[in-house]
Design a protein around this ligand. Structure first.
Ligand SMILES: Cc1cc2nc3c(=O)[nH]c(=O)nc-3n(C[C@H](O)[C@H](O)[C@H](O)COP(=O)(O)O)c2cc1C
Length: 367
């Protein structure tokens, strides 16, 4: 379906998120593309892929591991914990900046969503409760194992790895980092009252379940400054076999604790008509970036309305950006959008990565 954004559309107006001024309010959502090298260094094509999409208000990178043992959910996902990783990310940040774009790096620890055949390390989580899912490994599709519950003493080092990786991201020239506390990965697992059955200071009450995400946020803010830090959450989102009976308590505790820090933005994956979104919105009067989730196709009409009403500061768009490097230009003129090819979302190589045509490519072809 096509939709035209007029020049006065609120989605096409600049927005300040912390230390960054974004030229428009249509951000590129984080998208794992499984094309990184075996050691976690981003692909040689990544600079081209991201810079093709530099017209996004902000590009949020694919999820990037903060340490070797933070990886393992999918094959060929990148990291940012060695000098080699950092050098390649610096090339990517420079290529995006060259186009006038802005870029944040999404930082993750996959927690129980890992397979040791991918990471080469033990799978850990808040409690010994497995995600009832399979993942593709070199040996084929395999079920995810029961994780080992982290000892309390192992948690501070994890916070430290997030901090160190954020420092590397900023040193590589990224405009900021987004902490991944959504979609069933480690930080989200701690927020859950079902997956987290701990009896130490990191489990039980909402304050305790919020503690790990809050400590990661605080450590990164102390390291790089609040204006360069975003946080992604997905309350009640079942992705990653995530279960939460209490979908609000830990989020309320989290936002109350970090609300005064002055973060660049809060990124919420949610259907905006749900009660969870309403509660989060009321708890977070600052800049909110919305991603409407994978269950529906993006409605730019709905996003424009939400921006117009001041409900959202910006929208993050995933699959439409994946398939349309010139998404912003297409929306300006109401052009048809390319259809995302799911078969190449996580496939190696350039096809479905750097070869989606722009309008100009299509015009050349038809001339
Ligand atoms: C191929 C693919 C990879 C994704 N990788 C990530 C990721 O690395 N980090 C993340 O937080 N979400 C990830 N997501 C979720 C997207 O950021 C987004 O929430 C989802 O695609 C729904 O938005 P959309 O309808 O605009 O695509 C991924 C989604 C897709 C389709």
């Amino acid at each position: 379906m096509t939709f035209t954004l007029g020049e006065d559309s609120p989605l096409l107006q600049p927005v300040t998120i912390g230390d960054t001024v974004a030229a428009n309010r249509i951000f590129m959502a984080p998208l794992t593309r499984s094309r990184a090298q075996a050691d976690g260094t981003p692909s040689d094509l990544a600079a081209e892929y991201y810079s093709q999409r530099g017209a996004a208000g902000v590009i949020i990178s694919e999820a990037t591991a903060v340490s070797a043992d933070a990886n393992g959910a999918y094959m060929n996902t990148p990291g940012n914990y060695t000098d080699t990783h950092q050098e390649k990310w610096a090339e990517i940040a420079a290529a995006v900046h060259e186009t006038g774009g802005r870029m944040f790096m999404q930082l993750w620890h996959v927690g129980r969503m890992a397979h040791p055949d991918i990471s080469g390390t033990e799978v850990v989580g808040p409690s010994a409760i497995a995600a009832d899912l399979t993942t593709h490994t070199r040996q084929g599709k395999q079920p995810l194992p029961v994780p080992r519950a982290l000892d309390t003493a192992e948690i501070v080092p994890i916070v430290e790895r997030f901090r160190a990786s954020a420092r590397r991201a900023i040193d590589a020239g990224m405009d900021g980092v987004e902490i991944h506390s959504a979609n069933g990965y480690l930080l989200h697992e701690f927020l859950s009252d079902v997956v987290n059955q701990r009896t130490d200071a990191y489990g039980g009450s909402p304050d305790n379940r919020a503690r790990l995400t809050a400590e990661v946020v605080e450590a990164i803010v102390a390291e790089v400054g609040a204006g360069r830090v975003g946080l992604r959450i997905s309350p009640g989102n079942p992705a990653g076999d995530m279960r939460e009976v209490d979908t609000i308590g830990a989020y309320e505790a989290l936002l109350n604790r970090i609300g005064g820090l002055g973060l660049a933005y809060l990124h919420v994956v949610a259907d905006p008509s749900t009660p969870e979104f309403g509660v989060i919105r009321s708890l977070w009067p600052q800049t909110l970036v919305l991603n409407t989730g994978r269950a529906t196709d993006t409605s730019f009409c709905q996003l424009e309305e939400l921006a117009d009403w001041g409900v959202i500061g910006a929208a993050a768009v995933g699959r439409a950006f994946l398939a349309n490097p010139d998404l912003i230009d297409r929306l300006r003129v109401g052009a048809d959008l390319n259809t995302p090819d799911e078969a190449t979302f996580y496939a190696p190589g350039p096809v479905g990565y750097v070869d989606y045509p722009t309008l100009a490519d299509l015009e050349l072809k038809s001339a």
